[in-house]
Design a protein around this ligand. Sequence first.
Ligand code: GSH
Length: 202
Amino acid sequence: MKLIYSLLSPYARKVLVLAHELGIVDQLELVAAVVTPTTHDPVANLHNPLGKVPALVLADGQAIVDSRVICDYLLDVHGSASLSPSGAQLWRMRTRAAVAEGLMDAAMVVRYEVGLRPQAVQWKEWVAAYEKKIVQALDFLEQSAAGVATPIPSLADIGTACALGYLDFRFAHLEWRQGRPRLAAAYEALAQRPSMIATQLS
Ligand SMILES: N[C@@H](CCC(=O)N[C@@H](CS)C(=O)NCC(=O)O)C(=O)O
């Protein structure tokens, strides 16, 4: 399988962390792409009509996008039913995973607005509104923080860890740990896992 990815993408990191946790990372051939909303990466565009990373290309050439679907695929093919909670716990976990994903999305919106858009046409209210979404998502994740799932972290744990790692990398000024001790403790536990160490953003 080929993983079209970028070293700095928290979405691609999620897939890589899960692959490490499932013990299948060696089955992934990593193909780096350089993506922004305003540039055209031929490899990313070949496999994903949205031109985004990550994309997973199977042996028969079928491409799977986006990171949520790739993670579901890896769990389906290489995991086991025991790795997923059931009943109410499943929907709590999936909701936490969706909020963590939304946190990443909001961070990416701010990053593109501040880092890519010419300064003269940047929209301050837009940035403030998305920073507010980041803060609200962090508060939700603090309130719903639970112990890390075993034997491997859940999709919510992995998504949250990768979103928080991205904040540390690009949004350190937000000081997300302030007032969020449970989330900080959960993150510290996750950050020490070999899967997270092997995929650090740099
Ligand atoms: N929902 C997508 C989001 C992926 C995404 O936005 N990736 C960024 C890189 S971190 C990207 O490819 N950006 C290029 C673009 O927006 O065109 C996923 O989960 O895979």
